[in-house]
Design a protein around this ligand. Structure first.
Ligand SMILES: *[C@@H]1O[C@H](CO)[C@@H](O)[C@H](O)[C@H]1NC(C)=O
Ligand SMILES: *[C@@H]1O[C@H](CO)[C@@H](O)[C@H](O)[C@H]1NC(C)=O
Ligand SMILES: *[C@@H]1O[C@H](CO)[C@@H](O)[C@H](O)[C@H]1NC(C)=O
Ligand SMILES: *[C@@H]1O[C@H](CO)[C@@H](O)[C@H](O)[C@H]1NC(C)=O
Ligand SMILES: *[C@@H]1O[C@H](CO)[C@@H](O)[C@H](O)[C@H]1NC(C)=O
Ligand SMILES: *[C@@H]1O[C@H](CO)[C@@H](O)[C@H](O)[C@H]1NC(C)=O
Ligand SMILES: *[C@@H]1O[C@H](CO)[C@@H](O)[C@H](O)[C@H]1NC(C)=O
Ligand SMILES: *[C@@H]1O[C@H](CO)[C@@H](O)[C@H](O)[C@H]1NC(C)=O
Length: 485
């Protein structure tokens, strides 16, 4: 479910209904399968009730989510979801909510407790000690010092700050390099501005991976936020502008200078929004423009594409990619956008471009700055997403440790909270579903020909069941070594 303020993203909202039905349906199906597999529910007509605590709990969990006063044939969504919706208002700090965020939150609370336990050199493995140290350093607020450090060094000097963070922070037009800034941003911070460069399977030859170039995101969620004249879109732009100005001032900029510079920055971003290829024109045919880098350079000669790609790829990690050459193929998703982009950048002041690029770097790091930045962000976010309170620091830090050290955190959780018998039960259940599917293919399916059936069976057997966790996370040697690598 999403907040009211976001109705404009109709495509997202439209997904909710099937999603809820899917989750509801899956829960019901899952529970039935579970009860059948346990011999607790018999599909024959003879009446037998399971009154074990697990069954009562499972039944209550389902009953609390549905609304039995609604006829499912009349409105299945309300029948399946009314109870859940009324018991689960969207939390103040979230733009949307559902079963998975609920589950996630419960796991996060458990992990918080584990990560906050003091380090025991005797009991904790090396990897667990590292996770606890990382967590406590994440909880230690350092205001904006690490960010200011970055802003004092090329290529991230921010023109709007002038000499206010010290003489080494002064931006110089002569030293500014668009390519260098874009490549460092993408390569070292995984952030894409103007250009999104990534690798994924070739659409027309899925066994091969290929470089792809696409348009990148903007500060606001969608292109229309910059172009529409609705009151809502205008309020988003106004909020963004004020947020940019205030953030620059919090970092040391002179306020009249910040107002002046950020006006140009917003104007540039609007120009970029204008040339972005809208969703409806992004068809798979239109986006598949395979060419080699030398053809791309001939089409858009203002940018050193090969130099950019080479700078982004970390050849220390991938030495075999060192000799990527003009004959390398790339898929250019949006040729017209790139042509327009470099036309706009060519006639734009370098200072505005630099102001914009560094703004995007600063913007991406705001969640990691101290409270005074986050409270300012909250004001912005209240307009844009409707969130009214900040995620607590522990919650952010737990999420950060989870994404940085997934296996270590996984092991910590499994050690304390995971019931091994549940994993076995689920594995058994999945085998049951697999068996039933194949049985159905063999005995009840009349419309598939024999060859297709054979393939379908092969595929059903090849489906990999991932239940609970991979066994290797319980191997301490493996996890310790994995961290060092
Ligand atoms: C269930 O449906 C009835 C009839 O439409 C409605 O009055 C009631 O408020 C619903 N319950 C919940 C929890 O939404
Ligand atoms: C927090 O970080 C500061 C600066 O890095 C450091 O001096 C201090 O010891 C840290 N405090 C704790 C409790 O780790
Ligand atoms: C919004 O207003 C501006 C200026 O009045 C106009 O140029 C632009 O075409 C309008 N945009 C839309 C989407 O109506
Ligand atoms: C900001 O700069 C303007 C002109 O550049 C100057 O008049 C003003 O005093 C400065 N403000 C601050 C707070 O330094
Ligand atoms: C999108 O496609 C339509 C129809 O093909 C075309 O008229 C329009 O110019 C396209 N817009 C852009 C921005 O490419
Ligand atoms: C790039 O592709 C074109 C067209 O296929 C070809 O003529 C050209 O030789 C290729 N360039 C390189 C450097 O491989
Ligand atoms: C900010 O912190 C989050 C976790 O809190 C982390 O995932 C992310 O990488 C950090 N971003 C930057 C730019 O450091
Ligand atoms: C644990 O991992 C280490 C290092 O990867 C490996 O050598 C060892 O065989 C593993 N032990 C078990 C029991 O799988």
């Amino acid at each position: 479910r999403q907040r009211g303020g976001l109705e404009r993203k109709a495509n997202q909202t439209a997904l909710e209904l099937p999603w809820c039905v899917f989750v509801g349906g899956t829960l019901v199906l899952g529970t039935i399968l579970f009860l059948v597999s346990q011999g607790l529910l018999s599909l024959q007509a003879k009446q037998e009730y399971c009154l074990k605590p697990e069954c009562i709990e499972a039944a209550a969990a389902i009953l609390s989510k549905v609304n039995l006063s609604v006829d499912p044939c009349d409105n299945f969504f309300r029948f399946a979801c009314d109870g859940w919706i009324s018991d689960n208002p969207i939390p103040e700090d979230m733009p949307s909510y559902g079963v998975y965020p609920w589950l996630r939150h419960n796991v996060d609370l458990k992990l918080k407790e584990l990560l906050e336990k003091s380090i025991s050199r005797r009991r904790d493995t090396e990897a667990i000690q590292k996770a606890k140290i990382l967590y406590s350093s994440c909880m230690n607020e350092t205001d904006a010092r690490p960010l200011l450090h970055i802003l004092r060094h090329s290529p991230f000097r921010w023109p709007v700050l002038e000499s206010n963070i010290g003489p080494e922070g002064v931006w110089s037009e002569r030293k500014f390099s668009l390519l260098q800034t874009l490549a460092t941003f993408r390569g070292q911070y995984s952030n894409s501005v103007f250009i999104r460069l990534y690798v994924s399977p070739d659409d027309k030859s899925s066994n091969e991976h290929i470089l792809k170039l696409d348009q990148a995101t903007l500060s606001l969620a969608v292109r229309e936020d910059y172009l529409d004249n609705s009151t809502e879109a205008k309020s988003y732009r106004e909020a963004l502008y004020k947020f940019m100005v205030d953030t620059a001032v919090l970092l040391g900029a002179n306020s009249s200078r910040a107002e002046h510079d950020m006006k140009s920055v917003l104007r540039l971003e609007i120009k970029i929004a204008e040339i972005m290829i809208p969703h409806e024109n992004r068809t798979s045919e239109a986006m598949y423009n395979k060419m080699n880098i030398s053809e791309l350079s001939a089409m858009i000669p203002q940018f050193d594409w090969l130099g950019y790609i080479k700078k982004v790829i970390d050849t220390r990690l991938y030495p075999h990619l060192k000799d990527i050459s003009p004959s390398e193929n790339v898929v250019v998703r949006v040729p017209q956008y790139f042509k327009d982009l470099f036309r706009i950048l060519g006639s734009e002041r370098k200072k505005t471009i630099a102001n914009y690029l560094v703004w995007r770097m600063v913007y991406s790091r705001i969640p990691n700055l101290s409270r005074r930045f986050q409270y300012r962000w909250l004001e912005f976010s209240r307009v844009i997403q409707g969130t009214t309170i900040l995620l607590p620091q522990w919650d952010k830090c737990v999420n950060f440790i989870e994404s940085a050290l997934p296996y270590v955190v996984g092991k910590m959780f499994v050690d304390v909270h995971f019931r091994e018998d549940k994993k076995e039960m689920m594995e058994e259940l999945i085998e049951g579903v697999r068996w039933a599917f194949i049985d159905m293919l063999e005995k009840e399916n009349e419309w598939m020909d024999a060859g297709t059936k054979r393939k379908a069976k092969e595929k059903a057997r090849a489906v990999l069941a991932k239940v609970g966790y991979p066994d290797f996370i319980m191997n301490d040697t493996h996890v310790n070594e994995d961290l060092k690598a």
